[in-house]
Design a binder for this molecule. Structure first.
Ligand SMILES: [Zn+2]
Length: 117
């Protein structure tokens, strides 16, 4: 878990409902079984992008099931409600503009790592 995840978790856990905390906590626990549980794996995948600073103000706001993200277009996925709910861990349906931003970030990180060698 990186420091961004810890900050978000610590800031939110005292003021959200228990079921929200439960699903949010499952989004932060490292375990391969959780990546295979339907619905839970979708929430986990979407929550990772939500903590990305370039996306946290525009994408994947739901801490439980991403119904509102699908309805209001704030999901990073180009799918409807049912498709979003059962997307799982795949990034294949990520919106093209979001895919380009993620790839640009990864390229920049690669260049920064190469400069530090
Ligand atoms: Zn979180």
């Amino acid at each position: 878990m990186d420091s961004q995840h810890r900050l978000h978790r610590d800031a939110d856990h005292g003021r959200v409902l228990p079921d929200v905390r439960g699903l949010h906590t499952l989004s932060h626990i490292e375990h391969p079984l959780l990546d295979r549980l339907p619905l839970v794996n979708t929430v986990r995948r979407m929550h990772v992008l939500h903590h990305n600073p370039d996306f946290m103000h525009t994408r994947n706001f739901n801490l439980t099931f991403p119904i509102c993200d699908a309805l209001f277009g704030t999901s990073d996925l180009d799918k409807g409600v049912i498709g979003t709910l059962f997307n799982g861990m795949s990034d294949a349906a990520r919106k093209p503009e979001d895919r380009a931003r993620v790839e640009a970030q990864q390229s920049e990180r690669g260049r920064a790592a190469a400069r530090s060698l």
